[in-house]
Design a protein. Structure first.
Length: 315
DNA sequence: GTTCCCCTGCGG
DNA sequence: CCGCAGGGGAAC
């Protein structure tokens, strides 16, 4: 799921809800989401009494700045998404955690949505079934991290740990940052690789993923396999402008909700209704009617119009 | 560069 | 049963 527009939408949504609330506790029963496995047991006591002072983003990383000057970081990977709920904690089910798993502060229990009595509409909306991490605030509101595939990651950084964390990952400029100029893009494209693979490379530009890469290249009329070093200045300019326009459109649409992604309030984004090529294999190109083609680039499904987006420059 | 892996669910 | 899915890291 989440690419820059989804993460940005999440940030904007959460700023309105979680900033300033005092944390009563936190809980997770999914060891995979922590790089530091100790957090599985200690995250509750670590966060208790703290509060989130601001929410930010770098590429696809979500940044929760804490009053204690520490930072809670999150990456939603494929199916992760944050939900903010003020509804009462759901009723307990038989899948109650064992004694050893019960955290000192608060617990979010797994809801049994199977069987004839599959969860109520509300339970389905908040995706309780796949909650991997949760924070409970003193006023009863909760921040839930739902993630079917458990690829998402959460980190708790000490004061000052942020620079080291991002230096290690060598992220390029954020695609929506003023620093991500056309000139910067041109400098990054000097590496001689398929343009699509470079757009997906977070050390080149941070924030673009599979959907917005395909959409941007369609908009710019550039073939995804074009070698980046062969791109002319005008082509780079058009890619740069397309990235900006597409990401902006994605943000305005509240992101893409194809399967798992939702805004923190549970509502859907609508960029899926605006896309031109992503997962539109066989459908007519909006510009020329040619059937959209699917190939694999950088191990990812890639969708493009074989007529509008040519590899060779013949006209 | 590729290939495999981490996971779970869904649709053909 | 199979392939596929908004991501990314490790190993060859």
């Amino acid at each position: 799921m989440p690419e820059l527009p989804e993460v940005e939408t999440t940030v904007r949504n959460l700023r309105k809800s979680i900033v300033g609330r005092r944390i009563k506790g936190a809980f997770s029963d999914t060891p995979q989401i922590f790089e530091d496995k100790r957090l599985l047991r200690t995250i509750g006591s670590e966060l208790k009494g703290d509060s989130i002072t601001s929410v930010d983003r770098h590429g696809k990383y979500l940044i929760f700045n804490l009053k204690s000057s520490r930072i809670l970081l999150a990456h939603m990977k494929m199916t992760g998404h944050f939900l903010f709920v003020t509804t009462p904690r759901p009723k307990l089910t038989k899948s109650k955690p064992t004694e050893s798993q019960i955290p000192p502060v608060s617990i979010v229990y797994t809801i049994d949505t199977g069987g004839a009595n599959a969860g109520t509409v509300n339970e389905r909306e908040v995706g309780e079934r796949f909650v991997r991490f949760s924070i409970e605030f003193f006023d009863g509101a909760r921040l839930l991290f739902s993630d079917v595939r458990k690829f998402g990651r959460i980190w708790l950084l000490d004061n000052g740990g942020r620079a080291e964390f991002f230096a290690k990952r060598k992220l390029g400029h954020d695609a929506m940052s003023p620093k991500c100029t056309e000139k910067y893009l041109a400098s990054q494209l000097k590496r001689n690789r398929a343009i699509k693979s470079l757009l997906l490379d977070q050390t080149c530009i941070a924030g673009i993923g599979n959907i917005y890469a395909d959409e941007s290249l369609w908009q710019a009329k550039i073939h995804p396999m074009r070698k980046s070093s062969s791109l002319k200045e005008a082509e780079i300019r058009s890619i740069w402008a397309a990235i900006r326009a597409i990401l902006k459109k994605g943000i305005r649409a509240g992101g893409t909700s194809i399967r798992d992604y939702r805004k923190p309030d549970g509502s859907l984004g609508y960029f899926q209704t605006l896309r031109a090529v992503y997962q539109k294999t066989g459908e007519p190109c909006r510009r020329c009617g040619t059937k959209i083609k699917r190939i694999v680039v950088a191990q990812r499904s890639t969708h493009f119009c074989p007529k509008c987006q040519r590899l060779t420059i013949n006209k």
